[in-house]
Write a protein that binds this ligand. Structure first.
Ligand code: AMP
Length: 281
């Protein structure tokens, strides 16, 4: 496995693979890799001849008061995980390699990116779309892998690819959880022991909402109220949002119908965590 921070080296390698007629999969990440990321890499390895993992804490997707400076990083551990998973190349650029000092072109999306996380993080998806678009141009993959953990991100990327005619297949992968239910996240490392216990309230609410819907409940208000009440029993938790939306358009639903996403963001202390479930109704 190779690692490079240079765009040109990635291009040269991918060109060489292309000359050999090989297919290429891309797994975009911000590093500090865990089993959730590994599930994406594993899937990519089974479906492509060569796999590129990008490992880049993208500054432009962080708001001014967010955790860019403290976001966890461990490139040596990431290398080991990628190597074991069978990835072929890690792209690990410095911010300067990705963004020229006079960088001035962004991919901006309406609607799909505006609700849910887009409300609290108004410039987040502009940063995500821009960096993913750049990564797609650098790697030119056949397929790219994203987790349903970030369900709105997955919907936003699918919409960008459709709207801008990018010839890349987007593969969505299920949420990987800790044994006790907490969705794996690089940000879980911020949690104190007490907060880690409190954070279980997210997955408990997800499972509870899912259960209510499996038993036939279709009214959004009923499902969401039950989930919110459960979250509010945890003193360390503060709800950012709990919503039911169409899983593709992110438009709010009053009644569950079609592909439904029930998504939440909850602060545990100062750490903002997300979780969700998708159900076909
Ligand atoms: P991140 O490094 O947080 O930007 O995540 C990189 C990719 O891994 C995104 O597509 C995430 O949705 C995905 N991912 C992160 N955590 C999980 C998880 N627990 N299960 C599945 N995919 C995940």
């Amino acid at each position: 496995m190779e690692i490079t921070g240079l765009i040109n080296e990635v291009r040269e390698q991918v060109k060489e693979w292309r000359r050999q007629g090989l297919t290429v999969g891309l797994v975009p990440t911000m590093g500090y890799l865990h089993e959730g990321h590994k599930s994406l890499i594993d899937r990519a390895v089974t479906e492509n001849d060569k796999v590129v993992v990008s490992d880049f804490v993208n500054p432009i997707q962080f708001g001014a008061n967010e955790d860019l400076a403290t976001y966890p990083r461990d490139i040596e551990a990431d290398k080991r995980l990628c190597e074991q998973a069978g990835a072929d190349l890690i792209f690990h650029p410095e911010a300067e390699e990705m963004y020229a000092p006079d960088f001035s072109t962004y991919v901006e999306m309406q609607k799909v990116s505006e609700g849910l996380c887009g409300k609290t993080r108004p410039t987040h998806f502009r940063g995500v779309c821009t960096v993913v678009c750049k990564l797609f141009h650098i790697v030119m993959p056949d397929k790219a892998y994203f987790g349903q953990k970030d369900a709105q991100q997955l919907a936003v990327i699918r919409r960008m690819v459709r709207d801008l005619d990018m010839d890349i297949e987007i593969v969505g992968c299920p949420i990987i959880r800790e044994e006790d239910g907490l969705a794996k996240s690089s940000r879980n490392t911020y949690l104190s022991e007490e907060e880690r216990k409190a954070a279980l309230v997210l997955s408990k609410a997800v499972f509870h909402g899912e259960d209510r819907m499996k038993k036939g409940e279709r009214d959004a208000d009923t499902v969401l109220t039950a989930m919110k009440e459960l979250i509010e029993t945890e003193p360390l938790a503060k709800i950012d949002y709990v919503e039911m939306v169409n899983a593709d358009s992110m438009e709010p639903l009053a009644k569950a119908e079609g592909r439904v996403l029930v998504a939440m963001a909850v602060y545990i202390g100062t750490t903002r965590l997300i979780d969700n479930f998708i159900m076909e109704v």
